[in-house]
Design a protein around this ligand. Structure first.
Ligand code: HAS
Length: 572
């Protein structure tokens, strides 16, 4: 960003303070208290889900170790559904919205009463949906895992609950986008605040992605579970699910990238390497996150190889923005490390603030994302997918990506966001505990995920327990890995308890004061951001074209050539 743009952004901040769009106390711009309550409401639900889902995770690794049985007839798949739905869908969506609302309010200005009301309606719709779905899972009426593949069937209330979560997220996402649009109207011909722009990209991608899963639930699963239709086309339902499922993982990832690009540079006292590169990377995610879902179906015979190949290529395209991110973050760290006197190939690393959990937690997430991302490229590499598909390698992959890269970034953000919103401060002792929490998480995850990867390569299936192997000889070679997973999983549970202890302290007991919401500024010598990056009309047209190319024929082919059988469910 040029000096002029820098000055302009300072002016924008001054203007926002003058017009009361944000308040400034002891040098920090603060999120308005009404927006803070809205954001915190989301965060409370997220961390209740973390506790319940984490407990289910602990039970799972213990069951898989073969040395523990669930009491009172509770089923393994019931626990696995609680774990997947609460952590994969509820913790993530609610935390992301809590964070994004605060981010928009902090960078574009306080929400208007109407925008805030829209976000509250979204929140309550999502919460009612969550309670409906969770109740059905706890009653063992919906043990269908977080992917709810047919022909596993759940109670209709479960599907309706999930549909409400999706609809609520559309409403809440609209409230956030309206604030950004208002900023654009009030500041014509100016580059919008980077963090708000990123929020809008994430919400746009989410909206497009959820159309597939909403169609699956509304037109296939709900009528089927209500008994209105006898059968559903399984392949179609899986294809609609995965048109959403892979974008879902980027919906989790992008808020972590927001923290990496915008917050971490400020925390370390450095600069955002390039505003344009950050925006380009988000636009690439908008374009390439959705038309790649078939890479989850590479082993399914109902889809022609050529279409699978096309989506494998598109998957490799969606790796590019992550490589851009790795480059940008390295550049930010190296520039700052050298500014502080570091030298040599990697000696500058020592100069980074390792004792500050606001940096340490997301940094460890980035580090673990290197093997996590490499594993993703293995998964996407058509032939290699045959080796790992449906093995516990895949579980290892997503525990490195979502459960470490993303979750550690969310934990790191909680340590400053929650005291900021609650008018408290992150004390030295809570900061130290946060560092211990991060180390516990990394050690636990390294043990658990490495053993999952190795066990997967040895052929162990995912979503199965010791008793499912029926004493098969090969299962004996997996046993020691499952015990390692129980050890790693127990450490992770301790990590959750530690985190929640810090969270509760930050909400209610930490000393009152002002905690900064860190927003980085762009390096002085960075190139000016091209206006085209903010022209969503162009990107939406390209996105629709890509979607039509990637999905029209495969879906036509599925409907045409894989009709329902006359008896029972036609699988392919
Ligand atoms: Fe994945 C399955 C392919 C990324 C999550 N993935 C899953 C499932 C989940 C998941 C939940 O193609 C299981 C779904 C189920 O239940 O069946 N995945 C990929 C690819 C990527 C990828 C190509 N996945 C993610 C992310 C996730 C996630 C992110 C969650 C947040 N995945 C697949 C495929 C399958 C799959 C197949 C299906 C497998 C099957 O057959 O079932 C890529 O986006 C990855 C790109 C990432 C990188 C890493 C870049 C590194 C960065 C960090 C830099 C570090 C720094 C630190 C700067 C290339 C940005 C500085 C360090 C110093 C040393 C100084």
């Amino acid at each position: 960003m040029s000096q002029i743009t820098l000055e302009r952004s300072n002016k924008q901040e001054q203007e926002m303070i003058k017009t009361n769009k944000v308040t400034k106390t002891t040098g920090f711009l603060k999120v308005d208290s009404k927006d803070a309550s809205l954001s915190m409401a989301h965060i409370y639900v997220a961390f209740i889900a973390l506790f319940l889902g984490g407990t289910a995770g602990l039970l799972q690794v213990l069951v898989r170790s073969g040395r523990f049985e669930l009491p009172k007839g509770i089923g393994y798949y019931q626990v696995l559904t609680v774990h997947g739905v609460l952590l994969g869908l509820i913790l993530t969506t609610f935390f992301i919205y809590g964070f994004q609302i605060a981010a928009v309010s902090r960078t574009s200005g306080t929400l208007t009463p109407k925008q805030r009301l829209i976000c509250w309606v979204g929140f309550w719709t999502m919460t009612i949906g969550t309670v409906m779905a969770a109740t059905m899972v706890l009653l063992n009426e919906a043990s269908v895992l977080y992917t709810f593949y047919a022909p596993l069937q759940a109670h209709w209330i479960y599907y309706l609950g999930l549909a409400l979560v999706v609809v609520g997220s559309w409403i809440g996402g609209l409230g956030q986008a309206l604030r950004w649009m208002q900023w654009r109207k009030e500041n014509p011909h100016q580059t919008s605040p980077l963090l708000s722009f990123m929020v809008v990209c994430n919400n746009l991608m989410w909206f497009v992605a959820t159309i597939g899963v909403a169609s699956e639930v509304l037109f296939q699963l709900l009528p089927w579970s209500l008994g209105l239709v006898e059968r559903v086309d399984i392949l179609l339902s899986r294809t609609l699910f995965w048109s959403f499922g892979h974008a879902l993982v980027y919906f989790w990832l992008l808020p972590a990238y927001m923290i990496w690009y915008v917050v971490v540079p400020k925390v370390i006292g450095g600069k955002i390497f390039s505003d344009a590169l950050a925006r380009l990377s988000f636009i690439l995610f908008v374009l390439f996150s959705v038309p790649v879902g078939i890479h989850h179906q590479l082993t399914e015979p109902g889809i022609a190889g050529s279409w699978k190949f096309l989506q494998v290529i598109l998957t490799m395209m969606v790796v590019i923005p992550s490589l851009l991110t790795a480059f940008s973050m390295f550049a930010t760290f190296e520039t700052r490390g050298r500014e502080l006197g570091g030298n040599g190939l990697f000696n500058w690393l020592k100069k980074l603030p390792w004792g500050d959990v606001r940096f340490f937690a997301p940094f460890m997430g980035m580090l673990i994302f290197i093997p996590g991302g490499a594993g993703g490229i293995v998964n996407a590499s058509y032939q290699m997918n045959q080796l790992i598909h449906n093995t516990i390698w895949v579980t290892g992959h997503f525990h490195l990506t979502v459960a470490t890269a993303v979750v550690l970034s969310f934990f790191g953000a909680t340590y400053w966001l929650v005291p900021h919103l609650r008018g408290r401060t992150l004390t030295k002792s809570l900061n130290r505990l946060g560092i211990i929490q991060t180390i516990t998480w990394v050690v636990g995850m390294t043990i658990m995920s490495s053993s999952m990867h190795i066990e997967g390569l040895l052929g162990a299936p995912r979503r199965s327990t010791f008793s499912d192997y029926g004493g098969a000889e090969i299962a004996k070679t997996w046993a020691s890995y499952q015990i390692a997973q129980a050890v790693g999983g127990t450490l992770l549970f301790i990590g959750i308890v530690l985190f929640l202890y810090i969270f509760i302290n930050l909400c209610f007991f930490a000393p009152k004061g002002d905690q900064e919401f860190p927003i980085g500024t762009v390096a002085e010598n960075a190139e000016k951001t091209p206006a085209i990056l903010e022209n969503f009309k162009i990107w939406i047209v390209i996105l629709v074209a890509l979607l039509l190319i990637a999905y029209t024929y495969p879906i036509y082919d599925i409907i045409q050539n894989a009709p329902l059988g006359s008896k029972g469910y036609k699988l392919w």
